[in-house]
Design a protein around this ligand. Sequence first.
Ligand code: FAD
Ligand code: SIN
Length: 536
Amino acid sequence: MEHQTDVLVVGSGLAGTRLALELAGKCSVTILAKGPRDEGSTRYAQGGIAAAWLEEDSWEAHVRDTLIAGAGLCHREVVDRTAREARERVEELIALGVEFDQRSNHPGEYDLHREGGHSARRILHAKDITGAELMRALLAAVDQHPDIAVLENRMVINLATAGWRAKLANDLPPDPDRVLGAYILNSETGRVEAYSAKIVVLCTGGVGKVYIYTSNPDVSTGDGLAMAYRAGARITNMEFIQFHPTCLYHPEAGNFLISEALRGEGGVLRLANGEAFMHRYDERRELAPRDIVARAIDSELKRTGQECVFLDMTHFAREQIVHKFPNINARCMELGIDMAVSPIPVVPAAHYSCGGVATDLVGESSVRNLFVVGETAHTGLHGANRLASNSLLEAISFAHHSARVILERLPDMGQAKLIPPWDSGTSSEPDEQVVITQVWEEIRRFMWNYVGIVRTTRRLQRARKRLDLVEEEIRNYYWDFQLTGDLVELRNIATVAGIIVDSAMRRRESRGLHYTLDYPSQDQRFLTDTIVQRKW
Ligand code: FAD
Ligand code: SIN
């Protein structure tokens, strides 16, 4: 079945919904979501969104903090604009109905949290469920625009580009780097559908599921990154995977984050014997940037042989805990952990991808008319390490600037070009699902062990060797058997894992989130973005 729309937005998280709302009423917009429309990292965001708000704070200080965390690789123009406009972008969210917490005895004044690497209190939040509040308000706003179609259970498999179409027709590509639409697996019918669009915007979120331990939800399999790579887009800085220092350590916890905001309120990291250790690693202690805290925990776990460390919030009165962190408190209580009296067991886990599809200042990738917004993009804001609560800010900032340019461009674009229907060839029903689960588990485990918080050249080489084997296996399976969502995701995590490993191998230094024992210091020769691009 052939569908057409002006703008195809892949992803219904903060980036996708915010962008669609900027376009609403001015063109036709279709948002696709792989599962339920509110499922994605946005929904689970806890800490909040950063913007200099208080008189004693300034956007220049926000810039400084972002640059320090970014360890030399932030793009200055992007950081300046994002921090300078942060308040305006957040006020737009408030106008759309997002309710951030206000101080109890000071109505009208926002309750600002502080998080690692920030020199001031500047995190707007809604209790510890900021993401759920964002999704509530934005989806309600989307529902008021009947011209925005939101289609759930539609998994984009691949992008269609002019070059690819010309290749099919055995023709020379007239304009190889132009997107024409996408192929979508409709999980309600099991069929693959073609969507033609003048503009495609990837808002598919992160890549956390490439690792066995992650704070990310199941949809974060790096689909957008993998399909942009296959379409020939430039990918940058994928070695910089952020490991959040504190995810709940409990056999029944699943992927549950213990927000950095707890450390912002004085939470202390301790070993099982009660000893605090962060003072041995950084003078900012628990409020050092995440890479430092995660590495410190990793090093303590390796040194002591213990399975987790503990975040101690027992200095906080129970009423304060319940008032400020009701969601975290409830989850801990369900698992028998009363954080008012006993420290919370925590471990680091893969959390955020600082690299992504390279975009320009308005979110366009190196493939024309393919925009990328949110965690899938590499805009240059985060450099080698993202400052807490700058991700949600990046999503709304680039949604705004991308929408402006898309609206300028659309009137001159004519009709969307039809893309050929999907050809499923002679593929048959998959024979053994166990192949998918086996390879899925294998990739995620060796990525954790070999391409995790602390790397070495040998570990990276080992990971590369294993990837070569599993990539071959996946390739055969992919073309022989009918497509399923699991198979699409497996191919994508393998592609993303390969990009992470290749990027990490090229950076022969330690900087920000990339730490290797073979090159433990920064090296000025690597003060540049790592670029990976598929060769045709
Ligand atoms: P997401 O919100 O992840 O949305 C991705 C969308 O893409 C989903 O709708 C999904 O269905 C869709 N999708 C994916 N693949 C496909 C496909 N193949 N076809 C169709 N649709 C697809 N950042 C902060 O700044 N502050 C915080 O407090 C904070 N807390 C966090 C807490 C947790 C637990 C996590 C995991 C992250 C947190 N982050 C935080 C990071 C931040 O939440 C994310 O970077 C941000 O929400 C990403 O938004 P997004 O719109 O890019 O993607
Ligand atoms: C957190 O609440 O600790 C997550 C914040 C973030 O990832 O920016």
